[in-house]
Design a protein around this ligand. Structure first.
Ligand code: 4NP
Length: 176
């Protein structure tokens, strides 16, 4: 896990900024990152923490901008109780200012984010989703399911449920 401890207390306890802004990032913003946003929204709602978090997602490729998540992703997600309504968008320069935590789904997303980040402070906000998995230690990426079958979408959701719970716990405990 990338060391963000030095920033963490100001982020989670600042009364002027009561919400922690988490931005999930993948390539197309139609499969993994909107699913991560939906899974995390469900978790914060369940825990009565929705007033403390602002969740969003985006991607680097704009070919699906404005679209709902991929139909297959929505079908697999809704079976687990997640309704995905986000509209795809590309990352914007000010996302690095607005977000407190920027979560990459895979190594390419991570490298692209590090390159696009305008400052070392912005780079410190970038973390890997799988670093927060507790039940899937063998996975260091949330794999792109776009050209995969049903099992690819199920694996994405398995990893995201594990990692979002880990990330939420880490934020609540002031570790991120
Ligand atoms: P995502 O999956 O990054 O998880 O949204 C993808 C969706 C679409 C494409 C690539 C990845 N695409 O190239 O169209």
């Amino acid at each position: 896990m990338k060391d963000m401890k030095s920033d963490s207390n100001s982020r989670s306890c600042n009364p002027m900024r009561p919400k922690t802004h988490i931005l999930f990032v993948c390539l197309g913003n139609i499969c993994r990152s909107p699913a991560a946003q939906g899974v995390m929204q469900s978790l914060v709602d369940e825990r009565g923490l929705s007033h403390k978090f602002a969740l969003d997602s985006c991607g680097f490729y704009g070919g699906h901008a404005g679209d709902l998540p991929d139909k297959r992703m929505r079908v697999h997600a809704v079976r687990r109780g997640y309704e995905l309504t986000h509209r795809s968008r590309t990352i914007r320069p000010w996302d690095f200012d607005e977000a407190d935590i920027i979560v990459a789904m895979d190594g390419h997303n991570y490298d692209d984010l590090m390159e696009a980040a305008p400052s070392p402070e912005a780079q410190k906000k970038i973390v890997m989703m799988t670093d927060f998995c507790r039940l899937h230690p063998g996975h260091d990426t949330v794999p792109d399911p776009y050209y995969e079958g049903a099992e690819g979408f199920e694996l994405v959701l398995d990893l995201l449920e594990d990692a979002c719970a880990g990330l939420l716990d880490a934020v609540c405990e002031g570790e991120v």
